[in-house]
Design a protein around this ligand. Structure first.
Ligand SMILES: [Mg+2]
Length: 376
């Protein structure tokens, strides 16, 4: 069945982050936004996807509406891998890691949803899994910049049942405060610093925290594509996680060849969708590396991550941002209970958005790209 329309819309959800709101790419981050992608085929079947996301939504949406969606209209919705090759080749001069690939990721996820609906099977089964219906989540705290607030939220996340908790802080003080807050409870703490340091500084920081027992250190080096620099930091002995900011499977290949990572973090709404994330998982399996997906998402990108994790034999941890949302059109699957997530069992992603929640929290216009616009 051919694709007849691609719609984009934005859902904006109020949330409480357990501390003062922070800034993201220079903008105040006080609403949780999802860039929803709806793909319809000629027989009226609908699939849902999510494209990255957050502060980049206006740019990703422009790439989707003007270039990427028109390339997909009229194409066979089930020809996912070949269509990925075609669309990414058509847009490669516009950027191999950024809004065009993010936009394609949103459509690609929707195509897997369509494929599963047509086959009457959940996506994780299409990907070759069947045993994991429940997954362990890790709680990904937000950036508070204050060690006491990080520790307070660490304790709250442990009380909510999480056994793995990640901080978005850049100080050893924050790490130690949080570890102390949950001492003796068997909770593992990870530290995600988001690429703040040059290599000498990252080495100094890693050496100072070498014996602190953190579960992993994430993205210590600026820029994220400095695989050799990251490999030098890894020699300190702390497990290194990275990958949310590299381009596709070949970005991971470069990290792996440099000996830069212990844990690969493919991000389904950024790197090209479910097919590309599975390629990364296969590459990592061939090199004996762990995969723990990056998923600070609250829509189909999160649900797609659940299916990817459920399809993998190791059933990796799934990242869940630590926050309270007023509502979410993809509840209950975006919420962990007792540190566990349920994998939807319906066909496709198994989780269409709740229309009432969509109607209430959608902002702005729905953009619909059809064959008519493409012909014009
Ligand atoms: Mg990260």
């Amino acid at each position: 069945m051919n694709i007849v329309s691609v719609e984009s819309s934005v859902v904006s959800l109020p949330f409480d982050m357990g501390g003062p709101y922070c800034r993201f790419a220079g903008k105040l981050w006080d609403r949780l936004e999802i860039l929803l992608v709806r793909v319809e085929t000629e027989d009226g079947l609908v699939g849902w996807g999510e494209a990255f996301g957050h502060a980049s939504i206006p740019a990703t949406r422009a790439a989707l509406d003007t270039i990427v969606a028109p390339l997909a209209i009229g194409k066979d919705a089930s020809d996912i891998l070949a269509l990925t090759r075609e669309v990414l080749h058509s847009t490669h001069l516009l950027g191999r890691n950024g809004n065009f690939v993010y936009a394609w990721s949103g459509i690609e996820i929707a195509l897997w949803d369509l494929l599963g609906k047509r086959a009457g099977m959940p996506v994780y089964r299409l990907l070759g899994g069947s045993r994991h219906r429940e997954l362990e989540a890790y709680s990904s705290l937000l950036a508070y910049g204050v060690a006491e607030i990080a520790a307070r939220n660490t304790l709250a996340a442990a009380d909510a049942g999480y056994r793995y908790i990640k901080l978005h802080e850049t100080t050893r003080e924050a790490l130690l405060h949080s570890q102390r807050a949950v001492q003796g409870r068997g909770v593992q703490i990870m530290l995600d610093v988001n690429c703040p340091w040059d290599v000498p500084t990252a080495l100094e920081m890693a050496r100072s925290m070498r014996d602190d027992g953190m579960y992993w250190l994430e993205e210590p080096v600026w820029p994220p594509e400095d695989a050799d620099g990251l490999a030098r930091v890894r020699e300190c002995g702390i497990p290194i996680a990275a990958g949310e900011n590299v381009a596709g499977v070949h970005g991971f290949k470069a990290l792996i060849q440099a000996g830069a990572i212990d844990i690969a973090q493919p991000s389904v709404t950024k790197l090209g969708g479910i097919g590309e994330a599975m390629k990364v998982a296969q590459l990592c399996a061939a090199h004996g590396l762990r995969v723990v997906p990056h998923s600070p998402y609250f829509g189909p990108g999160f649900i797609a991550t659940l299916h990817i994790a459920a399809a993998l034999p190791q059933a990796p941890l799934v990242e869940v941002l630590w926050m309270d949302m007023q509502a979410n059109p993809f509840a209950p699957y975006v919420h962990a209970r007792g540190g566990k997530l349920q994998v939807p069992q319906g066909p496709g992603l198994g989780c269409d958005p709740d229309p009432d929640v969509l109607a209430r929290y959608r902002v702005g216009e729905v953009h619909c790209i059809t064959g008519q616009e493409v012909a014009a």
